[in-house]
Design a protein around this ligand. Structure first.
Ligand code: HEM
Length: 147
């Protein structure tokens, strides 16, 4: 949120956007970039034939930037309709059982910070946030903020 000042100020001015902001943060910067799956039977996916027992990486982050699904997918916009589902918490029988807790935590965090510290911003005197060099979990290595 803090890398886009305009969106942060929009959120601070309109707390009804918090729920949508939680979904847009989850979609735009997908925390679990992808998970491994093993096919249980031969299947054709996106035109590629896979045998049973093939290992695939289901790239949630890539799906969340699919232009066919999300208009202007590379644009961070908390005004997107929340009904347009994303895959940040997976899908199907193994989708994240903690998603409601995670969403509630994110909601409370944004509510608190936007209300108590609307001046919160990335610290211009320190390096911008850098992400850990990992394949699966996307999270900041450092995050210097000021207010
Ligand atoms: C922002 C926070 C979180 C994100 C982005 C997230 C995302 C995900 C994703 C993408 C999956 C894989 C879904 C799939 O394979 O289709 C998953 C699985 C899972 N998550 Fe989360 N999660 C979060 C928080 C939590 C919390 C708070 C809990 C527990 C309290 C939790 C427990 C689990 C468990 C147990 C699984 C494995 C489910 C299974 O394999 O059947 N997660 N999560």
């Amino acid at each position: 949120m803090l890398t886009d000042r305009e969106q942060w100020l929009l959120l601070c001015s309109d707390p009804t956007l918090i729920a949508a902001a939680v979904e847009e943060c989850a979609r735009f910067d997908t925390a679990i970039q992808g998970f491994r799956r093993v096919t249980t039977r031969p299947v054709t996916l996106g035109g590629t034939k896979l045998p049973a027992g093939a290992t695939v990486l289901v790239a949630y982050a890539s799906a969340n930037r699919d232009e066919h699904r999300h208009a202007r997918a590379d644009r961070f916009d908390i005004r997107r309709p929340v009904e347009r589902r994303h895959l940040a918490f997976g899908h199907g029988p193994h989708s994240c059982p903690g998603s409601r807790l995670a969403r509630a935590q994110l909601h409370l965090t944004l509510e608190l910070f936007s209300h108590v510290l609307p001046g919160l911003r990335l610290d211009p005197r320190r390096p911008l946030p850098s992400m850990r060099p990992t394949l699966i979990h996307r999270s900041p290595e450092t995050l210097h903020v000021t207010w």
